[in-house]
Design a binder for this molecule. Sequence first.
Ligand code: GAF
Length: 442
Amino acid sequence: MQVRDEVERLELVLQRDPLLERPEVVAQVVRVGRGLGPGEDAWTANGRHGGILPVARSPAFAGCAYARRVTDVRRWDVPGRVNLIGEHLDYNGGPVLPLAIDRSVTVKARLRDDGVVNVWSDLPGAAKVTFTTSVQPGEVDGWASYAAGTIWSLVDAGHALTGVDLVIESRLPSGAGLSSSAATTCGIAAALDEAHGLGLDRTQIALVAQRAESGFVGAPVGLMDQLAVLYGAAGHAVQIDTSVSPHTTRLVPLGWEEDGLTLVVIATGVHHALADGEYAARREECERAAAELGIEWLAQATLDATVQLTDETLKARTRHVLTETARVRGAVTAVSRRAWAQLGTILTASHASLRDDFEVSCPELDVAVEAALEAGALGARMTGGGFGGSAIALVAPEKVQALRDRVEARYDARQWKRPEVFAVRAADGAHPVPDASAKLGQ
Ligand code: GAF
């Protein structure tokens, strides 16, 4: 649309934010006509301007209960994460190196006093879900189980909750393996910690969120994603040592952007139905291998472990855990020396190990990695749990379009749905957001 074009029709849509209880006006341009002449403006036929109507600022709202309620809303912004390297090590006592990214989930929470929990989500087709603070595993499923699980986990840990209205808004592609679930559970736990004054530190919030997933949703995840989205910092990865309890975190400065490189996510859009069961199966295999070797964590195994084990599957799983542990150490050194080509080689080797020894990749991830390398990426690998989700690639910004074209061409040839390709930056971890609309009516 040109600046001087005349807007011939606008559709105004009133959207009601369930929590802030204020209507928002969304204006959608339906038709654009000729350019405007000197002195003309774009008022519509009935004389009302097509911009944002000042509904929420109307004098009719001043001093009403609505104004008080808005100020009671806690809002937390929680990023997603990519794991740079150290895959399937967080439940094996190994080191991992994730980073929080500049795409996030926002959780808005306002306490209630009747024990009721209402949850809204902006996921397509998601209707409001209602339960109580006594909710138990099995009583809520689907997207709302992450909210219900967090409530259950907090209550189970001995915290008295009074009920809450929750709104979850996500700017992370859904099912992309970028930890929207950890962002949601950590955001809800952080908002309730703040609203009730529970006094939890970030590691305790991470543990509450992890238990929501393992004890309620039924995914026996490690603690990497929660710690990454809580402890992340702009320009840094979070090195996590999962061999100690509580796990320790250390920020690692990332300098690839200053050296003309960028990290790209290729979100395949694939989510295999078997994923959760396969994740649990890998975890169980690792525990079995550690037990056979007489060690607590598989990452403690020495190189001769693969000779001691007889089962070929357990050998392969152990080989991945051992080599991946070494790769994380190599990656940390490469990052500190700004040895980006070396880092790229290590990332690509990690993918091969996840594909061949740990068997958690899938054709869509393998093709994404191959295409990224063909387009000139220094390195590429699947990231996260696998069986779908996303791959990452370290590449020069001027090659990102070629990478996108290459991946799309390879996907088109197989008649797969095109993946989403976008650059990410290392971002700050979870933080409260002052609500600008809280000033309204004050
Ligand atoms: C998923 C899990 F949630 C993490 O805990 C981690 O195990 C990861 O898969 C694999 O590294 O994201």
